[in-house]
Every structure is written in structure tokens, then in C-alpha cells.
Design a protein around this ligand. Sequence first.
Ligand code: ATP
Ligand code: MG
Length: 302
Amino acid sequence: MQNTTALPSYLDQSEQVRARFDAIKQRPVILDVKDLCKSYPSHQGTVEALRNVNFQIHRREFVCVIGPSGCGKSSLIRTLAGLETVTSGEILIDGKPVDGPGQDRGMVFQGYTLFPWLTVKKNVMFGLERAGKSKMEAESDALMWLDLVSLESFADHYPHQLSGGMKQRVAIARSLATQPRMLLMDEPFGALDAQTRTKMQSHLLDIWKNIDITVLFITHDLDEAVFLADRILVLKAHPGEVQELIEVPVPHPRSLDQLNSPEFLATRARVDELIHPPVNEEDELDISSRIIRLTNVNDNVI
Ligand SMILES: Nc1ncnc2c1ncn2[C@@H]1O[C@H](COP(=O)(O)OP(=O)(O)OP(=O)(O)O)[C@@H](O)[C@H]1O
Ligand SMILES: [Mg+2]
């Protein structure tokens, strides 16, 4: 448990941070989500995954979405990607309604989604050639994007020859190569070990600084959300509704020594409070009475 008594409010912003948010709000809206509802039919009845979700993201903003398991994070990103239809409401990208997948949105998922039979370079070339580029153009573009993720020297390797972090860097290069307006990322670093994950977060921020891309990034890691985001969209579960859209008061550029700064800890504490509200003792399950003993009770090793 974090001791929050000495922390400032997460709503306090330095002049520099406030100026940055003022500038962001002046930029054009890239993503506009209006009264989005998403339900799934099931044998047990309708599952309401998202209810009346409203938010906007401005150009070159980095927004993280966080919430308990099953609160509809993947449903949100899949509807934004056009992989699922909306039940009601509207999604606009650059003012145009989303009605299916499109080149204006790139996606990176947690699972490694590279084609195992293609080299790293050909994985990145794939989307470029499909978008109509000649083989030569696609190859030179692919090498440029691989350079951006520092993997140019692995261009002729196959995915199985790469580490988990390297595979995700290729996946990022592949998504960015077709120059989408938005990058939609669903727990992309969820399967990586803690050290690789931290490196990937810094690497992603470096990439984001250097190109014109707007990012929506789903995570269930509180530190990751605060470290990466301009704003954090906190969802609650059953149904998934927006609890709060937090402006992260941690200044840019971000670095690992900010992880213990008062602003960082205050924001983290707020997100924690929203995601893990205090439990009513009467509602708490008596877990001890439910645990099935798998050992002989007389064989007490404790
Ligand atoms: N294709 C589907 N058919 C029926 N119900 C679904 C479907 N996809 C998701 N759901 C339900 O919608 C709700 C939200 O699921 P979703 O996968 O969007 O949550 P999530 O926040 O991404 O969870 P996690 O953190 O575990 O990844 C859950 O109750 C889930 O069971
Ligand atoms: Mg999910």
C-alpha cells in the first residue's frame, strides 16, 4: 500500500504541464467516440461490454486505457479497429465514421502476430505491398521502419530467431509502416518480462516523439499507464463505463527517474483507488472456507 498522505493532488499541474495540455487541446481531434455501446449476444442473454463511452483524442496524444479484467478494454479497441461493429453510438477518425478496418489505424496485440514464414523485412513489406507500393519501394520503406526500431540488422532473420521484445518491435514497425493516423495497442508488452517491458516503454515513447502518430494503449499495469500516457481513461466493469479521464501531471520528456516523483505517485495512487475501490467487508468472500484441500489435512507442513 502506498502512503499517499504526503503526496500532492493528482489534479495539481505545473505551469509547464498545464501549457502542454492547453496546446494538446488546440490540436485537431483525431478520434471522437460518441455514446459508444457494445453488447454481445450469448446463450445466457446479452452481455453489455461497454455503455455510453464518450471521449476524444487529439493529434499526437498518447492515451492509455486501464480497468479491471472484463471491463471492455479489448472490446473498445476492437470496435475502434473496426473488427467489431458498434451496438450503438459512433466512432469518428478524422471526422469520418469507422465502418470496418482501415489503413488509418494500425494495431499491435499482446500475442506475437508476425507471419512466421516471412523474414522480418518481408513481414514489414507485406502491408506496404498490399497498399500498392512496388517491391523496391516497399523494401526501402521497410528498412527505414526497421531502422527506427533499431532492428535493421535483423531484416533477414525469421521471427523465431528474435526475442519477445524484438518481435513486438517488428510488430510496431509493421503497423507504423503504412503510416496510420492512429496506433491501437492492446496490452502489447503484456507477455514480456519486467526488464524488457520497461525498455520497450521507453523505446515506444522515443518512436512516438519522432513521428506523427496518435496512440491508444491498453494496459492493466498502473505504472506503465502513468509512465506512457498524456491522459489515462479509467474504465469500470459490468458494464464498461468511463470512470475518469485523468490528465497525467508528470512532465515530458518522461524518464525512469520520474517513477518515484510526487506527481507520478499521486497519479498512480488515484488510478489504484479507482481500480481497486475499498472492499466492503460484508461483501468480501470467505476465501479460506472455499479453498479445496489438496493435501491430507493431517500432513500439516506449515
Ligand atoms: N465475442 C464475445 N462474445 C460474448 N461476450 C464477449 C465477447 N467478447 C467479450 N465479451 C464479454 O465482454 C466483456 C468485456 O470483455 P473484454 O475482452 O472487452 O474485456 P477486457 O477489459 O479486455 O478484459 P481483459 O482485461 O481480461 O483483457 C466480458 O464480460 C466478456 O466476457
Ligand atoms: Mg482484453
